[in-house]
Design a protein. Sequence first.
Length: 374
Amino acid sequence: MFNNNLIYKFYYEWWKNIDKTIFFLITLLFALGLFFSLASTSLIASDKLDTNSYFFFFKHLAYICLGICVIIFFSSLSQKNLFNISIFLFFVSLFFLVLVPIIGVEVKTAKRWLDLFFLPRFQPIEFLKPFIIILLATILSSKKDFHIYYKYFLSFVVILPIVFLLIIQPDVGQTLLVFLSWLFLIFISGISLFVFFTFFCVSFVTLLCIIFFIPRFEYIRNRIDSFLNPSTGTHGAQVEKSIDAITSGGFFGKGIGEGTLKNKVGEAHTDFIVSAISEEFGVVVIILLLIVFLFFTYNIFKKIHLEKDEKIKLILAGSTILIVVQALIHLGVNIRLFPTTGMTLPYLSYGGSSIIGVSILSGIILNLTKRKIN
């Protein structure tokens, strides 16, 4: 009885203090992802497992249940414990990322996953991204008497090995996501615009030189070629099928279960989930999803506006931009604005690493937006 009362009190306090609007939007996005997973993966399970089971749906459900537990854990911590645990988990996740080039699993010429005997296959960068934001915000908001450009340099030193490890996988999508998140944080921290844009241009040119003049990155060049010439290459064909699916779905879609993209593209439930949704449910549903993401962002930035602690402001802004930019890249790939990157749509795409990673981010956001107790 004592333990039950303690647990009840704990969760009552947790529920009383969290931002219920943000929590509801997170839950809604997860629920929509689960529903669309049922529509987009049932046939894939039938083909791969030779059975009419809902294997991927139940696996997705299990990941979401685990993700909800992760959200509750991170959102219920005290801020001090949250920051301490996050720094520790940053180094643990970085260690796993270092292991990827050594013992990682290679899929389609890219080595991005680990498959350890005590852990199922996972993508370390998905776990690392939330803790990168916390570490960068800690450095940039430090009260120690350092020159601001020393803080920028130190933050750059932090992301440099991560960017290097992502480039050699290769994973340009996640590289850009981490790098753009860092640029966003130093931009809002008050850097000179001249220095900012000079560094951005130099970095962009350097990245292009790496991609086009180092043989290791032929895989990325092929994706860019496929993007510029859709008729050539597997990835160009995938994007063309994605565009065809969106076009054929029209405003209101073909109806649940009537889409064909999931039969033509193996990554329909991950990298092309927007196209799969649009084909069966229509562009109207995609617009509604974008509105949900915008409302989610608006509610967090409303909290940022009221927040006085510089570190919390940076973490909330960085976490939000990480989710929003990833969603925009995913959408851009699906409508052929960007080359294919293998980027999932936060909350909605199938994939354990992606779901747990965004759950960590969500837990951090809920923690830092909850009602302050005087």
